[in-house]
Each structure stands twice: as C-alpha cells, then as structure tokens.
Design a protein around this ligand. Sequence first.
Ligand code: ADP
Ligand code: MG
Length: 305
Amino acid sequence: MPVAVSIQQLHKRFGELKALNGVDLKIAEGELFGLLGPNGAGKSTLIGIMAGLCRADSGVVTVMGKDVVRDAAASRRNLGVVPQELLFDPFFKVREVLQIQAGYFGVDRRHRAWIDELLESLGLADKADQNMRSLSGGMKRRVLIAQALVHKPRVLVLDEPTAGVDVDLRQILWSFVKRLHREGTTVLLTTHYLEEAEALCERIGIMNHGELVALDSRAGLMERYSHYQARMRLRGMGDNLPEPVTAALTRREGDTVWLQVAHNDDQLATILAALHEHQIQVLEIETAEQNLEDLFLELTQVKRS
Ligand code: ADP
Ligand code: MG
C-alpha cells in the first residue's frame, strides 16, 4: 500500500518540555488509524505540524508524498484537519463558513453540490443559514468536520472529534468516519477514549510524553501486550519464591500472591511447574481478564525521561 502520511524523527520542544521526542510513523493510503494517548501526550502538536500550523524543531512529515513545510500548499490540498478547539468567526453563517473554505482552496462552482451533500450527511442542512454563534458545541463540531472536507482531501485528520460530545453525536460521527473510510479516504484520528480507538481503528498507535510507546493492529496490541492477573493461595512457600514467580509478582500478602501473567506464552505453566518443583502447593487460583483499559494504563505509565 502506498504511504499517505509519513512522519520521520519528529521533534518539538516547548522550552524544556519535549512535546514530541522522535516520533516515527507511516500511515498507508486508505487506512483508518487511531492515535491514542492521554492529555499532554503530544497528539495535537503532531497534528499542528502536519497542518502547517506549527513548525517542528527537526524531522520530516509528508502528506501524499508532499513535504508539509517545503511543499506546504500541495500537502494541504490533500489534507483536511478537524482541530480539537472550536474556533470560528461567530458572525458567519454555516454555509458561508464552508463557501469561504471552498474559495480558499479554489474549489470551483461545480463542487458546490458537495457542500450541500456534506450539510445533509452531517445533519446540518436545516442549520445552513444560521450564524455560527447560535449553534451548540456539537453542531459547531459538525461544521468543523464539513469544513475539513470541503476540498475532498485524500487524508482526513480528526483531533479528538468526540471529546465532550454526547452519545448521539458520537454515533453520527463514527458512522460518518466509517463511511469516508469505506470510500477510500485515509483517516487519522486522535482520541483519549479507548472505546473509540477500539470501535473504529484498524491500527492503533499509543503516544505518551511525546513518544510512540506502542504501534500495532488493534488485535495485535491486545495480544502482544495483554496480561492477566492471577491470584494464588499457596502452601509451603518460604521467603524465597522461585524465579518464575518473583518475575511475575505484583503483590504478596501472607500465603497469597498476585501475579501478572502474559497471555500468549506458557508463563503460567512455567510458574506452576516451578512451584511444583519447590514443593509449594497451590491451594487456590483465580484469574481476571485484563481489558484494553488496563493495557492503555500500563503502556502510558512508562516512566518520564
Ligand atoms: P495532546 O494533544 O496529546 O493532549 P498536546 O500536543 O496538546 O498534547 O501537548 C503536548 C505537550 O506540549 C503538553 O505538555 C502541552 O502542555 C505542551 N504544549 C502544547 N502546545 C504548547 C505551546 N504552544 N506552548 C507551550 N507548551 C505547549
Ligand atoms: Mg490534543
């Protein structure tokens, strides 16, 4: 698959703070990619650099092969960005906002039908002649999305599109994003909602403190990193537990140990064999599944450098 977005060794500091600390990422054409990370991870900074709103200290970003700095105009023609913040001139009407955007990209009159289609599919048709300031936050967000799509970009970037929106709007946005994806648009979506990345994205990158700490397919991430908790009550354990047990140990209280066990290897079997060998009896064993939420917490609690 040809590459739609390429990010190489991207660095950005704000004073002492490393907002981006060497991010490398390639997104294929047609992919629906999720960039997941807690607040302050650097997601919006990355998007600001893609959109040409902010300059990287070093590194290269291209959109459909066009460098966002050296070939800014060409890269922007291929890119639609829905920013996280709702910023509008309150005195424009919805349709005007879209027409101005179309004019900015030199979109000709024949494409004005596309504006109507966007208004329609985002449920904005009956708001087209209202002033921006009269719209609710959710409606403003829809206008932002329409605005990003006016010039039919091949790559759409949505920065936390559903932060603070109600459940209904979230569903509308999700199905709209899925439709764009089906129609071939490359989508990069940032979110701090696991549920969102899980529901929409084929591949997920997890960012924390300006670094990509994980990158895989959704299923792959789960499989590769997922652990589960095992609680065991043991008889006959002295102070020195066998190594496979101490390696997995997260807590010990009296005759009970809590272990963090990997899913996809034979770690549990190794632990049980070691206990048997040391004549430690397992009186009870109880396991709990780890979900994507736990995985996310685990990955984003990587120490700050
Ligand atoms: P995210 O979008 O993942 O929440 P941001 O990219 O907005 O993260 O922010 C990354 C870090 O950079 C944060 O610590 C934030 O406070 C800081 N930051 C972002 N923009 C600026 C700026 N213009 N000046 C100073 N610090 C900034
Ligand atoms: Mg952000």
